[in-house]
Design a protein around this ligand. Structure first.
Ligand SMILES: [Mn+2]
Length: 429
């Protein structure tokens, strides 16, 4: 029995830039390769889309890719049991070919009552969506039970998982799928996971987790925990230059065997840090150009697409030089036919400016998605006025981004009323 495990395709990422087709190219390659390798079931661990409400241009491209799996000839598997999910939510169309079972990730999560894009795909019959429920498939290798919990806010993850308390299905090969930060396996160092490896429920044969964008393997309760990583390059961090993009193929027969399949169509990505000490502007220009030439001379894996290059410049400028004189845009332009270049020069400082730069550097080192940044500001403001204990900023934030300001206000008024009542009661006593 062959099962593909794909994660974080982030369809629609970098929309409106020269890289807007990358996420689709990589997702298509992953699905095509998985089918070539004989996958009879495809598991997607969340963040199929890059946003909660993908624009209309993104849907058809996504649907054409997912349809590849359904259009395939019927495999030898059959859905035999559904636990904690309404069977009517599962379209017969979704069970054709190589069925896709998917979670929604943090990029797709919406407040209760609003449809997220993975649920929309389920309604259209492209896949089966799991959130705290289980599917059991009858396969030539015996029963395989797929348990899935879609993304929940990190700080609730441990509670939600222990409340759900999934139990392995007797006599089946049990797989648990998640989309959370777990232990040291986080999306960014700013995340505070509540889930640890030891919190994963016992008795499963395999644990799968999305969310983290580079692939890694760990163990939980003596069983494998696989992170396929994203198929799309989203972060341009040093680790993305080292760890290849791809997906897992699982081979389940008497036991479990798996392999990581590398994608070939991913853009090449080079990350370099250059450290200077009292460098003059003309020297700096020459050094950066030379470095770019050197990187472009390296052997290429994917010559069909312009490579991504990120240079991070650090250190100090000469006494009389200022950063503004270094025209990095001109260099980016100069190389634009051969590479998509990013130059970070914020860590390159003129002597005496160190103090001013520290705050900005700290902000940048805590680089967060805009979403998370806005949420943090809301959290900080609530904390400033002493309301962080009584108002859940995530609930408020979720309502606000959905334009449900009335409900958000109601929540605030509820709390205010409660506080006033408590205050009055306190005075009476
Ligand atoms: Mn993601």
């Amino acid at each position: 029995m062959k099962i593909a495990v794909i994660s974080d395709t982030h369809l629609g990422a970098k929309w409106g830039t020269p890289r807007e087709q990358d996420s689709f190219d990589q997702a298509r390659e992953a699905i095509e390769r998985a089918l070539e390798l004989g996958a009879q079931l495809i598991l997607i661990l969340g963040d199929i889309f890059d946003t909660r409400i993908p624009r209309q241009e993104i849907w058809p491209q996504a649907m054409r890719i997912l349809a590849l799996a359904l259009a395939r000839e019927q495999g030898e598997i059959r859905l035999s049991k559904v636990i904690d999910k309404n069977p009517e939510d599962i379209s017969a169309v979704a069970l054709q070919g190589s069925p896709i079972v998917a979670l929604h990730g943090n990029h797709e999560r919406r407040v209760r009552g609003l449809m997220n894009p993975v649920e929309a795909l389920e309604a259209a019959g492209f896949l089966i969506h799991l959130h705290q429920n289980v599917l059991v498939f009858e396969t030539p290798a015996g029963d395989i039970a797929i348990h899935g919990m879609s993304n929940v806010p990190e700080r609730h993850a441990k509670n939600v998982l222990s409340t759900w308390n999934p139990k392995p299905v007797n006599g089946a090969f049990n797989i648990l799928m998640l989309h959370q930060a777990v232990g040291q396996y986080v999306f960014s160092s700013e995340e505070c996971p509540t889930l640890d490896l030891s919190d994963l429920p016992l008795g499963f044969d395999l644990y799968l987790c999305g969310h983290m964008h580079y692939h890694a393997e760990a163990a939980a309760h003596g069983k494998s925990l696989l992170f396929p990583g994203s198929t799309e390059r989203t972060q341009l961090l040093p680790i993305e230059a080292q760890v290849p993009k791809g997906f897992y193929m699982l081979y389940i027969d008497d036991g479990l065997r798996y392999e990581f399949v590398e994608l070939q169509r991913t853009r090449d990505f080079y990350y370099e840090e250059m450290i200077f000490d009292g460098v003059g502007i003309s020297q700096l220009n020459a050094a950066v150009r030379e470095k770019l030439q050197e990187l472009l001379g390296k052997p290429r894996r994917n010559p069909d697409k312009l490579p991504l290059i990120r240079l991070r410049l650090r250190g100090t400028l000469a006494k009389d030089a200022s950063r503004g004189e270094f025209d990095h845009e001109a260099i980016i332009q100069e190389f634009s036919d051969n590479a998509s270049v990013t130059i970070s020069k914020d860590d390159l400082i003129a002597p005496g400016l160190e103090e001013k730069m520290r705050f900005l550097r700290e902000l940048r080192e805590h680089r967060l998605p805009v979403d998370e940044m806005a949420m943090r500001l809301l959290d900080a403001n609530l904390r400033d006025v002493g309301y962080d204990q009584v108002l859940d900023f995530r609930v408020l934030y979720d309502l606000l981004i959905e334009d449900r300001t009335e409900e958000a206000l109601d929540k605030v008024f509820e709390v205010v009323e409660r506080l006033v009542e408590a205050e009055l009661k306190g005075r009476k006593q």
